[in-house]
Design a protein around this ligand. Structure first.
Ligand code: SD4
Length: 291
């Protein structure tokens, strides 16, 4: 078993998030602290508009965010369809640490954010969001696009030097979704999963596909049954393909980290990038496509 820290994170913006998580680990942060603080970098600054309050709005022009965090003691916290919170991952962490619940949604989550000092306020769409939304309204066509923007959502897996594991996931969800729609990202077993014995997994892509098959849970359960991370990744994605013909534009990406530090990534289609960080540095890779 290696005892060097390892961080994996989805898409190109996984690189700055991974750098932050590694820096936190170097300063002595736990795996779950690093998983929280790493993805906060992208919540604060996401040029591709797939995470945080700068994310693309829903079809009513409202930005709603989903986030979840899980550690390897079976604890988790999540928020969904929340407005006016710059760091939904921090709110998810408070759900985990300070409530008896696993998931709080909508106005209730916003009330909790106010009580925790994490409500940063709703604001009008910025000029870029507004123009893109108005553009979308002209056509009103809702179709998935593989690798849309090529950097959706930030999901992260962390193994610290004491072999503790954690996972985090935060997103503005699908652009132009129906108001109130929630994806896989805040759902344990779908968007993320951690098992103390086997390892952890995080998904990105079309949430409706992932949440119907519990892709993160399947990957971790396959490792629990003895599969390598690469096998687990392939098999979990294969389950999506077996479930019926998928639209050629549907993309799902999966990153997997075993308890012993071995890891893998895969995707339905080409184009899914992920960051891999160790104390030696952070590198961007493209995952193998199975479809
Ligand atoms: C969702 N899985 O809301 C998220 C979006 C995403 O790559 O990850 N896109 O369905």
């Amino acid at each position: 078993m290696t005892d060097v820290p390892i961080v994996l994170a989805t898409w190109n913006h996984g690189v700055p998030a991974t750098e932050r998580a590694l820096a936190e680990l170097t300063r002595g942060a736990t795996a779950v602290d690093a998983a929280e603080r790493g993805v906060m970098v992208v919540e604060a600054d996401c040029p591709d508009r797939s995470v945080g309050l700068q994310g693309w709005p829903d079809r009513d022009g409202i930005v709603t965010l989903d986030a979840a965090i899980m550690d390897d003691t079976g604890r988790s916290g999540a928020v969904a369809c929340v407005r006016g919170v710059a760091h939904p991952i921090a709110l998810a962490r408070r759900v985990m640490d300070r409530t008896p619940h696993a998931l709080i949604v909508g106005p209730g989550a916003e009330d909790f954010a106010r009580a925790e000092g994490l409500f940063t306020g709703t604001r009008p769409l910025d000029a870029v969001q507004d123009a893109a939304w108005k553009d979308w309204l002209r056509e009103r066509q809702y179709r998935p696009r593989a690798n849309s923007e090529n950097h959706d959502t930030i999901g992260m897996l962390v193994r610290d030097a004491t072999a503790r594991l954690a996972a985090s996931c935060t997103t503005s969800g699908l652009a132009w979704k129906m108001h109130g729609r929630v994806g896989d990202s805040p759902l344990v077993g779908a968007g993320l999963f951690v098992d103390p014995k086997a390892g952890a997994a995080v998904c990105t892509g079309l949430g409706e596909v992932v949440m119907r098959k519990l892709t993160s849970c399947i990957a971790v359960e396959r490792m629990r049954a003895g599969a390598s991370p690469a096998q687990a990744c392939r098999e979990a994605l294969q389950r999506l393909i077996e479930s019926g013909p998928l639209d050629a534009n549907v993309q799902v990406g999966l990153i997997v980290l075993a308890r012993d530090g071995t890891h893998a990534a895969g995707a339905l289609q080409r184009g899914f990038t992920y960051a891999l960080g160790t104390p030696g540095g952070v590198a961007l890779h493209e995952a193998i496509a199975v479809a």
